[in-house]
Design a protein around this ligand. Structure first.
Ligand code: ADP
Ligand code: MG
Ligand code: ZN
Length: 643
């Protein structure tokens, strides 16, 4: 996609040219026209010629005297006047004509031309130049006069050799690839379809969360199809002038029709394809016009000619229904977040470009990076390579990749953090609280890593859980366990220190969200059963949801959410209380090491020592207050030890 850009002359150049033209006219052309051939003589000569009656006509202009002699081809002279009161008498005596320079000396047409027409011409020329510059800035294509550029679509045309991206560069997303392959096949062998009477889909809409490879897929289609590929982003239709969007759409389809068979790709189509709603004020007429034009064009062209329209969006819910009906974007291709296998493949695709150590295990990385999008995975591989360079290694190791997952999820390590000893201790207990609750609940995934090294994202520490296998469903019990795990951090703080901190804000948010979703969306409450009380507006971006129930129900839901989280909290608290010995042991271990692996964690957890049982017995005798106290004591001891 090389686009050679002509070097733009700065505007000032044109101003200078115009100025030079004006100066030229003033200094060279004007004097030339008025002067003709004038001989300059002195005043004495003039007087002599007057006395000899050789002068036929005299004209005064200020101090200058122009005069003509009486020769066959009269010669013009010029002289400068002296203080000469007798001049008039002398002229009368000699009998020549005299007077002041007449205003209409110059040809009236010529003067009109000079004073009016030329400036107008200059202005028009300047205006043209300016508008041409403007059009260039707004990305008008080549060809056509300067004013013909308005409304040109500036779609980039790719041809196969230029993108160099094929389906091999897109890992995972097999279903999407399959559906797109059919379209490519249609462009290659249209007769195969026509014989049966099948009509190829006119358009396909790629929908999915950001970074899952929608744009990449479209480019791969261009690479595979070997036909011209027009790529334009929805936002490029939005222009400074009203009506430009529509005319760009028209132009895009005109170009596409000329180049058929070809593919037109409109990225981020939601910019122009938003629902046209009647509410509110005048709305956005310009956008509606553009959309209408797009709808018209999509109806207008003949699919059998081989123009296929691809579009991508991560907000399918906002699209106008008219766009989605059969005959327009009648094929919807979901491009979802990659599953475990997909993640592994994506990692491999991107790791092809980096040198790898022998110990790299993509499966493990893919498992740890659950929920990551293709773009994030690509980023992880790159971060790992950067880390390897930073540490002067020649290849990327497994630990580079592991660290880069954390970098992508939680940001970089804050090397010289300013956590006080007490804070660090609280964080250690908090994280062990999460991990312990997770491990003690039968269905919770084992922790893989716990760290209390602060990250640039603001996390002071975190527990990484990796599911051993991919899961798509979560049972009610698992959700409840997860909520309990989330509350585990705060529980440990309260249990050990008797006071609570702000460190749990993120946990609280997540726990609340889960508890609420259980009731309003997953139908997991006894009271409401399978009634949807909330609808999710956009599944791909953040998932804002809106409540659709009466205020009383809403109040009730709130109560139930509070209860659900509270129950989970109590459950976590009990678990920690029962395993207080382990809690202290593990927290101290983490405090010393700052980062521990899941295996180390499990090893310590599984060494059931006597102390633990003793403490437990003590707990059951003493009740709550006793617990907190003993916790505080241990914590205090621990602090002293480490100071
Ligand atoms: P979007 O879906 O937001 O359009 P992009 O197609 O722009 O995402 O993907 C961004 C980048 O992420 C790509 O350039 C590519 O490097 C990487 N990527 C995303 N998905 C995949 C995938 N399935 N296979 C390989 N790389 C991918
Ligand atoms: Mg994109
Ligand atoms: Zn936490």
């Amino acid at each position: 996609m090389k686009q050679v850009q002509k070097p733009k002359k700065p505007l000032i150049v044109y101003y200078l040219i115009a100025l030079a033209a004006l100066i030229l006219i003033n200094w060279v052309i004007f004097p030339m026209m008025t002067q003709g051939n004038i001989t300059e003589v002195d005043y004495g000569t003039f007087l002599t010629m007057v006395e000899n009656k050789e002068v036929s006509k005299v004209q005064l202009e200020g101090e200058t005297i122009y005069f003509t002699d009486k020769n066959e081809n009269p010669q013009q002279y010029e002289t400068t006047r002296f203080e000469d009161p007798d001049l008039v008498n002398r002229l009368v005596e000699s009998g020549c004509e005299f007077g002041r320079v007449a205003e209409e000396e110059m040809n009236p047409w010529l003067s009109l031309l000079l004073s009016l027409v030329i400036p107008i011409i200059i202005f028009i020329a300047l205006g043209q130049l300016l508008s041409r510059q403007l059009m260039k800035k707004m990305g008008g294509g080549e060809g056509g006069g300067p004013f013909m550029q308005f409304g040109k679509s500036n779609a980039k045309v790719y041809v196969q050799s230029e993108t160099g991206i094929t389906f091999n560069d897109v890992a995972g997303e097999d279903e999407a690839k399959e559906l797109l392959t059919e379209i490519v096949d249609f462009l290659h062998n249209p007769q195969k379809y026509q014989e049966i009477g099948a009509i190829c889909p006119k358009g396909a809409l790629l929908v999915g969360p950001p970074g899952t490879g929608k744009t990449l897929l479209a480019k791969a289609v261009a690479g595979e199809a070997g036909v011209p590929f027009f790529s334009i982003s929805g936002s490029e239709f939005v222009e400074m002038f009203v009506g430009m969007g529509a005319s760009k759409v028209r132009d895009l389809f005109k170009q596409a029709n000329e180049k058929a068979p070809c593919i037109v790709f409109i990225d981020e189509i939601d910019t122009i394809g938003k629902k046209r709603d009647s509410q509110g004020f005048a709305g956005n007429d310009e956008r509606e016009q553009t959309l209408n034009q797009l709808l018209t064009e999509m109806d207008g062209f003949d699919a059998s000619k081989g123009v296929v329209i691809l579009a991508a969006t991560n907000r399918p819910d906002t699209l106008d229904p008219a766009l989605l009906r059969p005959g327009r974007f009648d094929r919807r291709i979901p491009v979802e977040l990659p599953d475990l296998k997909g993640r592994e493949e994506i990692l491999k695709v991107h790791a092809k470009k980096v040198r790898l150590g022998d110990d790299v295990d993509f499966n493990a990385i893919a498992r740890a990076a659950s929920g990551a999008s293709g773009a994030e995975l690509a980023n992880m591989v790159n971060e790992a390579a950067l880390r390897a360079v930073r540490e002067n290694r020649k290849y990327v190791t497994q630990s580079d990749l592991e660290e880069s997952i954390e970098v992508v999820i939680a940001g970089y390590q804050k090397k010289n953090s300013v956590l006080s000893t007490k804070e660090k201790l609280i964080v250690a207990y908090h994280e062990i609280g999460h991990a312990l609750v997770a491990a003690l609940q039968t269905n919770s995934a084992p922790v893989t890593k716990i760290t209390i090294i602060p990250r640039t994202s603001g996390a002071l520490g975190y527990t990484m859980q990796v599911d051993s296998e991919e899961r798509n469903l979560m049972s009610k019990e698992e959700i409840e366990n997860k909520i309990a795990t989330l509350t585990g951090g705060r529980c440990a703080e309260e249990l050990v220190f008797g006071s609570i901190t702000t460190g749990a804000s993120n946990d609280i948010e997540q726990a609340t969200k889960l508890a609420r979703a259980m009731i309003t969306r997953f139908g997991m409450s006894d009271r409401f059963g399978m009634v949807a009380l909330e609808t999710q507006a956009n599944p791909y971006l953040g998932g804002d949801s809106s409540l659709s129930c009466s205020p009383e129900t809403a109040a009730h839901i709130d109560d139930m959410v509070v209860n659900a989280v509270k129950e989970a909290y109590d459950k976590a608290m009990n678990l920690l209380r029962e395993n207080q010995g382990k809690l202290h042991e593990l927290a101290k271990y983490l405090y010393d090491r700052e980062t521990i692996t899941g295996d180390e964690f499990m090893e310590i957890l599984n060494q059931r020592d006597l102390a633990d049982t003793e403490i437990r017995n003590e707990d059951s005798e003493n009740g709550n207050s006793g617990n907190t106290e003993s916790g505080e004591n241990t914590a205090a001891k621990l602090t002293i030890e480490n100071e």
